[in-house]
Ligand binder design. Sequence first.
Ligand code: GDP
Ligand code: IMO
Ligand code: MG
Length: 456
Amino acid sequence: MSQNWSSKETKSQNQPVAAGQKRTRNDEGNKVTVVLGAQWGDEGKGKVVDLLATEADIICRCQGGNNAGHTVVVDGKEYDFHLLPSGIINTKGISLIGNGVVIHLPGLFEEGDKNEKKGLKGWEKRLIVSDRAHLVFDFHQVVDGLQETERQAQEGKNIGTTKKGIGPAYSSKASRIGLRVCDLLGDFNDFSTRFKNLIHHYQSMYPSLKVDVDDQLKKLKDFAERLRPMVRDGVYYMYEALHGPPKKILVEGANAALLDIDFGTYPFVTSSNCTVGGVCTGLGIPPVNIGDVFGVSKAYTTRVGIGAFPTEQLNAVGELLQTRGHEVGVTTGRKRRCGWLDLVILKYAHMINGFTAVALTKLDILDVLDEIKVGVAYKLNGKRIPHFPANMDILHKVEVEYETFPGWKTDTSAARKWNDLPAKAQNYIRFIENHIGVPIKWVGVGKSRECMIQMF
Ligand code: GDP
Ligand code: IMO
Ligand code: MG
């Protein structure tokens, strides 16, 4: 499976560059392989990461927090990961939570302990946490809920966040009042003062916010000691990994392109960059070290939470996709909204991320349909529009132009290679590939590791 990796093994990569000498393209170091969501999340990133992580030396998260919910099925056992990289299952690899991630410490330890009970051994020894990562506190999660209530009251609709405190924690970070892992592990008196100031800041906005400060500080002090052995300077760690001996380094994107704070369906988005730029800022690595970028897309589309969804099917097709696809959120247990595949959004996600290949998951869910539609363009007032619109009023109004394919009406779940797939399914896949202009490298036909057809 080594053709999956983009680590660059050039002879000069480990040589230091002499003073005054210019670095050349040959001494850039190892490349990281990136897995990113290409739709509105839950595309099956965890499964793709798991597939690659069996060979990885380092598996990194670079953004988001425990709003993510990534499922991995190994030997019939299902694991869900929220803050821990899904690759932590690989006992030979090191997992890293980068500076761009926002960490809720109770959530992190609860997740690790829960998975340990399922058989995940020694995860704490294999986890590195960046000292620059920001912390999500319990009150950030309460504020997340209060903000949702406020949105509902003021605008008649909320975002439908996961209530994991992601927005408030990234706001604290951007307001320069947030607290980082290095602050927690430094002078605790200083940390306590800043923690109280932060609470005060939120209480001035939300007078109903109650926090038991002493209890919180006591818990945080205990967490700090459990966390301390895992904490490193992430920038230096990554630099050494990139410029040391050849290594296979994997980055697991959380959330997805259409939920990106800059490029997603704002304001119905999350609060981080879930596109490729977030890999550089969330790990402290240069763009030149980005190798393959694998986009993950379902063979149809889903969305959790509120916001425009042009190909949504509020009918029997949507219901079938929801029930057959078990489309229920891993983090919140909410039903996912379902619709046809939308190639306008996939092309847009590709423009931003520069996918080198795509993993198309859940093809098997379409097995029973008589016909299958794919959105190929948007029209406004009867005329095709050339862009994916930034304005949500426009996105709500677009009409979708569809291409219709006959269903293959055959069980694909046992297919293990391209030739095992019915011709009509092959036709569907080739159409998607040609339309977005990116090769499809994997096709998913079931939950487990083996149910991934590798095309090249
Ligand atoms: P992630 O957030 O992108 O990692 O995706 P989730 O884990 O939230 O949701 C994807 C769901 O689809 C999980 O329940 C996976 O086990 C499941 N899944 C992934 N790939 C396939 C596939 O090819 N076929 C089927 N039937 N299920 C899949
Ligand atoms: P994975 O990594 C699906 C959605 C939420 C909400 C919006 C903002 O599993 O694909 P937030 O709590 O981040 O402030 O919520 O973003 N959302 C996701 N939807 N999969 C995810 O992650 C998501 N992460 C956030 O439902 O609409
Ligand atoms: Mg998910």
